[in-house]
Design a protein around this ligand. Structure first.
Ligand code: NAP
Ligand code: MG
Length: 516
């Protein structure tokens, strides 16, 4: 080796060593010692693998136990909102497909399923629940890819709760005489069920499980943005050996849902979605004898009293509004804080918000994933821009947001008044509005000052105060010292323009039964 070469090599080696050392130093600085208050630890990415699912190029309709092409021959592209990549195409069902599905459901209702004992129906529901548990990882990954919600939520909330709804309703199938004690009940027939995009599998489970437990058959229309887990649920029904025609899944757009609502042989319509479409449905079938339940929008109040455990309440506020990107009908989107603790609550809230991780929903560390679709992101941005013009104090967490995909950093408007647009209208995104109150009576008046009445949260160390305030609130679900907790045994539903009818618990079976 020449001298020149040897020197060069030496230099290269020492440079490499230096580089290595400086890299080491950087890692230690960010992850341990020099962590300033509010700063987030830098973790390596921990992505869930998508290898557990295989996305098909094309999805057909599930009618009468088989996969069938749509009469229209038309398909829609499905998108992953986190990456803007395609997740294949799904069929657009029209009135003819809906007619086929309703006929299949009718045949199953008048045939094997309608004649089956409750005990045997229950066995099918238990089987579906167990398969959901067995294939939980697949469902969680698919839900996150399709809708942009963090994998930790799909994995720990959506899928286990969906299975729990099947388990819970399976238990009711042979005990229906206890739903209306002392009265004879019977199933009602074919149920048309329409669901939104924010909890795709969970909403399907909320609707299908009680309907089947009560002996009905179903035609379900998933939201156009998130058809995949409902279609995988159809596969689970096949795997469970559910008789054909008992569950039919017809994907499509708004007109597909409208065709289902309008079909003359549907006995019951169950709709979860926007208040506007809910009103339209109520108007369209008001002259028929179809049964109807509506689960619609919300603008729920989360009330923090001065005697609350403030740090716990901060977690409740975060969970209430930023969980699932604020795509939650019962989101605690109006924060009511007792005036004396307003400043400390806002200070702590800002600090906690700065530590939220916004980004790749498939990463197990992600707190806030992607907004479900582009139009929703546009709507959120427009509402935020309009509210900013209104002059309320605006704060947005200073967090990194990926460039590709549809993301919105968590934010809030402080010092709002009850007449502000951002306090009155549902945003369905990670946007909070904050108001203050001085007495429990004022908190009740302000909380009820809305067209909606889906849920509320009360934070206080005093049980008597919680009960007093809860008694005055017009909201279907009221949480005390917690928020966004769901259980299949507990009824869920709204007051006022948040809809009528209940899902979950014994109450959730009532709309699927007739008293003989
Ligand atoms: P949406 O536009 O009302 O859509 C809901 C479902 O209805 C979708 O499957 C939709 O199909 C279908 N649809 C649209 N037009 C229809 C029509 N004319 N007739 C019958 N069906 C029709 O609501 P979204 O924007 O998807 O969902 C967000 C809303 O749902 C929010 O307001 C939220 O509060 C509410 N929500 C309420 C609850 C609850 O339990 N109370 C739960 C979740 C969500 P396409 O997707 O193909 O348009
Ligand atoms: Mg999608």
């Amino acid at each position: 080796m020449t001298k020149k070469k040897a020197t060069k090599k030496k230099v290269t080696k020492s440079t490499a060593k230096k580089k290595k050392t400086s890299k080491k130093k950087t890692t230690r600085t960010t992850s341990t010692h020099k962590l300033k208050p509010g700063m987030v630890f830098e973790y390596d990415p921990a992505p869930e693998s998508s290898a557990v699912v295989s996305i098909k190029k094309k999805y057909e309709l599930f009618i009468d136990g088989a996969w069938v092409a749509p009469e229209s021959g038309k398909y829609l592209n499905n998108e992953n909102p986190a990456t803007e990549e395609s997740l294949g195409k799904f069929a657009i069902g029209n009135e003819k497909d809906i007619d086929k599905a309703v006929k299949a459901a009718r045949k199953a209702y008048e045939g094997e399923w309608g004649k089956m004992s409750g005990k045997d129906r229950g066995k099918y529901l238990f089987r579906i629940a167990r398969i959901l548990q067995e294939r939980a990882r697949e469902f969680a990954v698919l839900e996150t890819l399709d809708g942009g919600k963090p994998i930790k939520e799909s994995r720990d909330v959506d899928i286990p709760l969906a299975a729990a709804h099947f388990f819970y309703n399976a238990g009711w199938a042979d005990k229906l005489e206890y739903v209306y004690p002392g009265k004879d009940v019977k199933s009602i027939g074919v149920c048309g069920q329409i669901i939104p995009w924010n909890f795709p599998l969970l909403m399907a489970a909320w609707k299908i499980a009680p309907a089947l437990a009560c002996g009905n058959t179903v035609v379900l229309k998933p939201a156009e943005q998130t058809p995949l887990t409902a279609l995988l649920l159809a596969e689970v029904c096949q795997e469970a050996g559910l008789p054909k025609g008992v569950v039919n899944i017809v994907t499509g757009e708004g007109p597909t849902g409208a065709a289902l609502v309008d079909h003359k042989d549907v006995n019951k319509v169950a709709f979860t979605g926007s208040t506007d479409i809910g009103k339209l449905i109520a108007k369209n079938i008001g002259h028929t004898n179809k049964k109807l339940t509506l689960e619609l929008g919300g603008k729920s109040a989360n009330i923090i009293f001065a005697d609350a455990a403030i740090d716990q309440a901060i977690e409740g506020i975060i969970n209430g509004i930023y969980f699932n990107q604020g795509h939650v009908c019962c989101a605690g989107s109006r924060l009511l804080v007792e005036e004396s603790v307003h400043d400390i609550v806002v200070k702590k809230l800002k600090k906690r918000m700065s530590s939220l991780r916004v980004g790749d929903p498939m990463d197990k560390n992600t707190d806030i994933g992607a907004i479900n679709h582009k139009e929703q992101l546009v709507k959120i941005k427009e509402m935020v821009a309009q509210a900013k013009k209104g002059g309320a104090d605006f704060h947005q967490a200073d967090v990194k947001v990926p460039r590709k995909g549809y993301y919105h950093a968590p934010c809030f408007f402080d010092n709002c008044s009850t007449s502000d647009m951002i306090v009155r209208d549902e945003v369905f995104g990670p946007v909070l509005s904050i108001m203050t109150f001085r007495t429990p009576e004022e908190a009740i008046v302000k909380a009820n000052d809305t067209q909606y009445g889906l849920a509320a949260g009360i934070w206080s160390e005093k049980g008597s105060k919680v009960h007093q305030v809860a008694g005055g609130l017009k909201a279907g679900v009221i949480w005390a010292n917690t928020y966004n907790k769901f259980d299949p045994t507990s009824p869920f539903g709204g007051y006022k323009e948040s809809g009528f009818g209940r899902e979950g618990g014994r109450h959730g079976l009532l709309p699927y039964l007739e008293v003989k």
